[in-house]
Design a binder for this molecule. Sequence first.
Ligand code: SAH
Length: 275
Amino acid sequence: MPEFDFLPVFAPGWVWLAGAGPGDPALLTLGVHSALQQADIVVHDALVGGDILRFAKPGALLEYVGKRGGRPSCRQADITERLIQLARAGKRVLRLKGGDPFMFGRGGEEALELSRAGIPFRVLPGVTAGIGGLAYGGLPATHREVNSAVTFLTGHDAGGDVPDGLDWQAIARGAPVLVIYMGVRHFAGIAARLIEAGRPAGQPVAIVTNATLPSQKVFETTIAGAAEVIGREGIKAPAMIVVGDIVRLRADLDWMGRFVVPAGETTAVASRHIG
Ligand code: SAH
């Protein structure tokens, strides 16, 4: 049974489609933590690390269907087929994805297939890298004096190229802040399109890799300079790229870089001392 009475009971034959957040286990919701403790099988992606999977109940099966780590990638159709098969076998199936399942996570596609197959499912949102991950880099997605709109976009399309289906003119002229998922590989092409569409080449850019994890790094550059930084520093996925003047706030808001947590104390206690 779940720990608190507001948490749902995971019934056999159901699929729960959940987001584990960007990496720090502290960002798991109570709902997802409870789901991990009730699931018979956890079908997870590469971005869900061992620090999170250790909350699964003893004896639960952990099944990796991710697309990284040198293992052959699973086809999306095979993943949904597997979820349906496990649910029909009466398992409590937790489909666990990095971040939020409905943010560039193909959660919608999986939910549609479950719906068509008549499998009962529930969605448990998670903290998305484009908001929570940025916060760990001292980057608010919005700030009143800087932007009252933000655009979330993906840096590669289903075929793995720069998404040319996007209206780059509209993107460049639209929201003052762009938050780009999966953008590292093709950033040179993205930068060229943004500059061509009128975005200043010198506008600040921040790249946050492994956001919220102990290995997190943040690089500050510009639209025109970012591709060179990515190459020189060997920056790889997972990384979030933020474009816009919001990046300037990092000078004051990089709480991780500024405040050293005293040994043996929690972050919450430390920030109270600093005041
Ligand atoms: N559903 C996820 C996104 C999946 S797409 C979410 O809501 O966050 C995968 C992309 O997400 C990565 O290529 C990267 O751009 C971003 N991402 C996910 N976790 C990240 C992390 N810890 N640090 C930086 N980027 C991350």
